[in-house]
Design a protein around this ligand. Structure first.
Ligand code: OAD
Length: 253
């Protein structure tokens, strides 16, 4: 026979132990903001480096809704070429190292990239801020999104509402629908890692301001710089492949 208060205190003991166990086992949330630089070692051009895409193409000609209105063929060809190239490249050491970090952290990637190299490397949680190359969508209804079969979207391929299908890319001047969930994720970070981005494009670059000032932040990029107003920022001036490895050494020792 047990007394009621003995049974209750025993129950409380097990409950407290269980809660402690959950706390110990709760992995820290590692939020990673990536840009074109993480895919550079896979052979995909960045945008603003000397050999970058925006040095050979004018943004106004290929990455705005006005360009699509004016010359859909030019815009479509630009993204068809990007999509075609995606079939020819592979994830690199930087992408793979981020997957390995999932064994130790709750890793959430927010990427500005439209490639699928994080997913192909095996990352589980990837949020695309600027759209996805392998998807296409209706020109009249942004919610009608489809997988692109193969690399080529043809003019004349229509959505069920009869409009031309367009690349599922957030162009300059368009709203960034995924920014709200991205802010939510950034504000919950225990550690923030920024990789391979010039931090020149908003609102993506503003995400770092949603991370609490006491939270450690790492910026991996050969051209990484101190970001005004951001404290606790550790700069790793390396390419992604080497830089993420160094980050792992630091976080795991
Ligand atoms: P940028 O081209 O602006 O910046 C690329 C960054 O990658 C630079 O800071 C480089 O120093 C760095 N980098 C180059 N090689 C690297 C390597 N091997 N490892 C690590 N870093 C390296 O590209 P983003 O900042 O991603 O948007 O550009 C943001 C947005 O601007 C893009 O998503 C795109 C573009 O216009 C749209 O098209 C909507």
């Amino acid at each position: 026979m047990y007394r009621l208060d003995d049974a209750l205190s025993g129950g409380r003991f097990f409950l407290n132990s269980y809660v402690s166990l959950i706390k110990i086992n709760r992995m820290k949330k590692l939020v990673v903001l990536t840009g074109a630089g993480i895919s550079a070692e896979s052979g995909i051009s960045t945008f603003r480096d000397h050999d970058g895409l925006w040095n050979n193409h004018r943004v106004e000609d290929v990455a705005t809704p006005e360009a699509w209105e004016r010359n859909p063929s030019l815009v479509n060809d630009f993204y068809n070429q990007r999509r075609k190239q995606l079939f020819e490249v592979e994830p690199n050491a930087g992408h793979h190292a981020l997957v390995q970090l999932e064994a130790h952290f709750d890793v959430q990637i927010i990427t500005q990239n439209v490639d699928d190299l994080h997913e192909r490397a095996g990352s589980k949680n990837v949020l695309h801020l600027h759209g996805e190359l392998n998807k296409i969508r209706s020109s009249v209804d942004p919610l009608l999104i489809y997988n692109c079969e193969g690399w080529e979207l043809k003019l004349g391929n229509l959505c069920p509402k009869g409009s031309q299908l367009r690349p599922h890319i957030v162009w300059f001047g368009e709203a960034v629908p995924m920014i709200e969930p991205a802010i939510e994720i950034a504000s919950q970070a225990d550690i923030l890692v920024v990789i391979g981005t010039s931090m020149a494009v908003y609102p993506a670059a503003s995400l770092i301001h949603y991370v609490h000032r006491s939270i450690p932040k790492y910026y991996i990029d050969p051209k990484a710089f101190p970001i005004p107003g951001i404290s606790n920022l550790h700069i790793i001036q390396e390419k992604a492949g080497v830089g993420v490895r160094k980050l792992m050494d630091e976080l795991l020792t």
